[in-house]
Design a binder for this molecule. Sequence first.
Ligand SMILES: Nc1ncnc2c1ncn2[C@@H]1O[C@H](COP(=O)(O)OP(=O)(O)OP(=O)(O)O)[C@@H](O)[C@H]1O
Ligand SMILES: O=C(O)c1ccc[n+]([C@@H]2O[C@H](COP(=O)([O-])O)[C@@H](O)[C@H]2O)c1
Length: 189
Amino acid sequence: MKHVGILGGTFDPPHIGHLIVAEEVRAELELDEVWLMPSQEPPHKHTAAADADDRVNMVSSAINANPSFSVETIELDRSGKSYTYDTIKLLTDKHPEVRFYFVIGADMVEYLPHWKHIDELMDMVRFVGVKRNGFELETTYPIIEVDIPLIDISSTDIKNRLASGRSIKYLVPAGVETYIKENHLYEER
Ligand SMILES: Nc1ncnc2c1ncn2[C@@H]1O[C@H](COP(=O)(O)OP(=O)(O)OP(=O)(O)O)[C@@H](O)[C@H]1O
Ligand SMILES: O=C(O)c1ccc[n+]([C@@H]2O[C@H](COP(=O)([O-])O)[C@@H](O)[C@H]2O)c1
């Protein structure tokens, strides 16, 4: 059986926090692969500023040096909010040989009680939680906790920096920074 982590997200834009989370979980749980999975529409927050193609291109650029990482675009095949319950059903049907681990930051751990069909989803996939500044990792749900360095970086912060002309160097991979500049993304807030 193959063990695969999924880091679902808006990736608007991807940043080094995403990469460190993915790599720490891969190493700690000895996963074969981690798939970064951009959502069509995030279930609980406003629509992404960048369109799906740009977010996929940025994620592809961010992971290009890591053979254990890939981009999973299954959520872009359907419109509307990207509920994880619907996605995991599709992925487990498509890949019966894979055991999936759904990786989330502590902000999403706090939000777990509001996820669609969360009790059924808990039986379908193992959840892995990592700490995040300002949020509690504590939950009554049976998640696997992986200890990572606290990384105080968010896509919101990156967008705020860009809109006010501040540097994002080293907060995102160099290729993502170049992509954002060349495509004039996030110039207004
Ligand atoms: N710095 C971080 N530390 C831990 N987890 C993170 C970090 N950044 C993102 N994540 C987790 O990665 C997943 C995808 O995050 P997402 O693409 O929405 O980026 P974000 O930085 O959380 O965006 P936003 O600023 O809109 O909250 C979520 O589960 C989130 O909790
Ligand atoms: O299915 C849900 O109800 C649900 C609610 C909140 C978040 N999620 C998923 O959690 C992942 C991280 O969400 P976000 O908003 O931080 O990008 C992403 O894959 C979302 O689809 C899923």
